[in-house]
Each structure stands twice: as C-alpha cells, then as structure tokens.
Design a protein around this ligand. Structure first.
Ligand code: FAD
Length: 434
C-alpha cells in the first residue's frame, strides 16, 4: 500500500512534538509538508498539568486550556492552529512498526507513512507493577498517570471514592504531586516507598525532611523502607487493600502507582544506536540514521556542560530539544550550521502551596540553607551542591522568579565556593549577588 508522504514527520504527540511544530512554523514549513502522528486523541498539551491542576477539586484545568505552548508562556496551539499552518495532526493513531532504512512507519490500522525527516518524540511509558508480576496488581482502581486518558480515569475514580482511602505507591515527583492532589480531594492518603526519604534521586535528606514534615502536617501518612508486594480485591475486582513487604496491610479504595517510566524506544530496536536506555544523538539531536532525529525523553544527547551523554525526562528539556532539532534540520537544508545544544538541566515541581526549582547537577557535597521548618508560615530554603570547590547545582523552595533566575545562574557559572560554612551562612544571597 502506498503510504502518505511527508517531508517532515513527528512521531509522538506530546510536549516535544508541540514545541517542534511551533518551531517548524516559525522557520517556515509549507502546507502538507509536516505531520504529527500521535496515539493520543488530542493535540499536544503540557503534560505536567495532569498531575497538578487537572486534579484540583475545584477549578480544575481542562483542555483546551493547557495545550502547548502555554507552559513556557507562549501562545496556545489549539487544534485550529495546526490546520491554519497546514500541519496535519494524525491523532488516535498508534505506530506499531518502524522501518527506518525504508523511511516508513506503519500504524496499528495498517496505514503507512513515509518521510524524508523523522523526529522521534515518543516519550516514556509508565512502569507497571504487573510488569514485575506483583500479586493482584491488575485489580480495578490501581491507577497510573502518563496520558490524558489516565488522568480522566483518575478523576472518575477520585469522584466515585469520596472520603475514601488512597494509597500512593512511590515517592518520586509523581507520588508527591499525586499525594497532594488526592489529599486536596479529601481522600485519606498514605504514601509508601522503599527509600529512606522521598525523591532520593534529587533530594538530600535535609530537603526531603521538609517535604515529609509538610505532608505529615497536611495529614498524609508516610510509610518508608518497604514496598507493596500484593493487593487484595473484592468480588467486583476492585482493589481493597495493599499488602506491604513488612507485613502491614493498608485498606485502599484507590491505589496510584508512580514508580518511574521507561523511554519508548522499542519500535527502533536494532535500527538505531542506543545509549543509557535512550536513542543516541549528537548535539543536534541527529541519530545514527540519516534523516532521523530523537528529542525529549527518548534522546540520550551530549550534555555539553558536563561533557557526558545524558537522558533527561523533564519538560523543559523536551521543549528545548525539540526546538533545537528543528533549527538543526532547517539549518542543514540551508547549508548553515548552528551551535550545539548547550543545556542547563532544570527540574521543578509544585504541590499544595509549595513550589521548587532545581538547576544543574546534584553531585558532590551539599549545604542546606534558609528556613526549612515545615511548620513555618512561609518556609523558604534551598541547597547547593559543591564539587571540586565549585557550585554545580542549586535548589530553591518558595523562590521568587528573580531568585530562581539567580540559582540558575549559579548552576550555569559554577562559581567557586571554597568555604562550605560561608555558603551556608550566605544562603540565597550567594546566588542573588552573583
Ligand atoms: P511525551 O510528552 O510523553 O509525548 C510522547 C507522545 O508520543 C505521547 O503523545 C504518546 O502517546 C506518543 N506515542 C508514543 N509512542 C507512540 C506510538 N508508537 N505511536 C504514536 N504515538 C506514540 N517534568 C517536569 O520537568 N516537571 C513536572 O512537573 C513534570 N510533571 C509531569 C507530570 C506527569 C503526570 C508526567 C507524566 C510527566 C511530567 N513531567 C514533568 C515530565 C514531562 O512531562 C516529560 O518529560 C515530557 O512530557 C516529555 O516530552 P516528550 O514529548 O518526550 O514525551
């Protein structure tokens, strides 16, 4: 079957796809030259909203309110925007086969699409407890969150279990944001995670102590150092309890699992170079296959600042990598070169009235500064990471926009900090005076 041909094809309809489309439009793309193929039924949207305002009990965010590119202060790309620009949005279409050397993709329904340039933006899928054969993990109301359909299901279950008991499995950012969201919906929330403190991949013990204290004050029960090993369910197949490895059994009407994600690269296995679990790219997001680019969660790219290959699963990188790849594609066509991607890692999260930002690399020794008492009326604190006498990373809870900019500058410039005690005393002013 002859496929539909596009000069540019974006596979995946998430954050990176939306920002890539905007960049294509900015740089000029003729009508009918570009398409986005997405498994999801809606135009690209700002995924982080799903674990935050989408779950608010009142005034919840709904589409079209958070289509890209509002998350970074840009114009919202409504479905009409794509048609005005002559960009085809091929929705509810899952690609099940990719033949990169043939420049062909095939959908579950058997449609084929051919391309000159492909931007792989398939993102990640959640890790499920059923993947590890956890007993009873296929019961009803054991939920995950990645796409808008998952969020709708979660909202439906939250509404049907008013004042019920919720157990959150996992203490990463999804767990923390969902713990807060479910509490705001008046559920009785317990969080369970195996590590000694929450968000261990980023948080120090000092940072985590604040959030755990704050959550406890909000009435969230936290159980650490153990894992869910099984679930009980009733005659309808609805979950009723979570069994923990330490022998405890927790009643549950809803279970939300946030135990990490996996980049969606399986379609391309054996066809493209991989590294660190992702598709290996150069500093222009070009893969080992000519005409094929990879951006967002799936790309393992050279992080120039640290001189190493990294994969980053955060929204800021998904936006910027997509824009950079499109600039590189267009520049190559014009025979000009652009600078290599030079990214400063940036992560953030929001829950309850809290809001933190982190820039840089969390390596080396750490210093906690400011007021990290969870009982304070307006807690504001941060942390620096110091390696080889230089500040590599900076974290700030409750920062004003200009203060967040200041910690970003610290992480970018890596100023010397010989005296750790002085850094502790100076705290935020070390950053703001830079
Ligand atoms: P995605 O946005 O995941 O898009 C991938 C798209 O590809 C999806 O539309 C998917 O359906 C589609 N797709 C995949 N395979 C196929 C296929 N075979 N055929 C067709 N379509 C396919 N990051 C932060 O920095 N801060 C946050 O606060 C934050 N909150 C988050 C909250 C949630 C609930 C989630 C899930 C993620 C959050 N993230 C956050 C991470 C951030 O959203 C991701 O890093 C970002 O969305 C990655 O963009 P992407 O375009 O690579 O992938």
């Amino acid at each position: 079957m002859a496929g539909i041909h596009y000069k540019y094809l974006i596979l995946g309809g998430g954050v990176a796809a939306g920002y890539a489309a905007r960049e294509f439009a900015k740089l000029g793309v003729g009508a009918g030259k570009l398409a986005i193929i997405s498994k999801e039924g809606v135009a690209p949207y700002e995924r982080p909203a799903l674990s935050k305002a989408y779950l608010f009990p009142q005034g919840a965010a709904r589409l079209p309110g958070f289509h890209v590119c509002v998350g970074s202060g840009g114009e919202r790309l409504l479905p009409e925007w794509y048609s005005e620009k002559g960009i085809d949005l091929i929705l509810s279409t899952e690609i099940v086969k990719a033949e990169l050397s043939e420049k062909t993709l095939t959908s579950a329904a058997g449609a084929t699409f051919t391309f000159d340039n492909l931007v792989i933006a398939t993102g990640s899928s959640v890790i499920r407890l059923t993947d590890f054969g956890v007993e009873g993990a296929d019961a009803n109301n054991i939920l995950y969150l990645r796409e808008i359909d998952d969020a709708d299901k979660l909202v439906e279950v939250i509404q049907s279990k008013k004042n019920g008991k919720a157990v959150i499995v996992g203490g990463g950012y999804i767990g923390l944001e969902l713990g807060a969201a479910l509490k705001l919906n008046d559920l009785d929330v317990t969080m369970v995670y195996p590590e000694p403190w929450c968000m261990p991949r980023l948080f120090t013990a000092g940072i985590a102590a604040f959030y755990e204290g704050y959550y406890a004050k909000k009435g969230i029960n936290i159980i650490k150092g153990t894992v869910a090993v099984g679930f009980n369910s009733d005659a309808n197949g609805d979950v009723t309890a979570v069994k923990l490895k330490d022998g405890r059994v927790l009643d549950a009407d809803i279970v939300v699992v946030g135990v990490g994600g996996r980049p969606l690269t399986t379609l391309f296995k054996g066809q493209v170079d991989e590294e660190k679990g992702g598709i290996k790219t150069d500093g222009f997001f070009k893969t080992s296959v000519p005409g094929v680019y990879a951006v967002g969660d799936v790309a393992t790219f050279p992080l120039k600042l640290y001189n190493e290959l990294r994969r980053v699963e955060h929204v800021d990188h998904s936006r910027k990598s997509a824009e950079h790849a499109v600039k590189a594609i267009k520049a190559a066509e014009e025979g000009i070169t652009i600078e290599e991607y030079d990214y400063l890692p940036y992560f953030y999260s929001r829950a309850f009235d809290l809001s933190w930002q982190f820039y840089g690399d969390n390596v080396g020794d750490t210093v906690l500064f400011g007021d990290s008492d969870p009982s304070s009326a307006k807690p504001k604190f941060g942390s620096y990471w110091i390696k080889d006498g230089k500040v590599f990373g900076a974290f700030l809870e409750g920062g004003a926009p200009e203060e967040n900019k200041a910690i970003a500058k610290v992480a970018r410039l890596q100023p010397p900090a010989a005296d750790v005690d002085q850094l502790k005393n100076e705290g935020l002013s070390f950053a703001t005076k830079l």
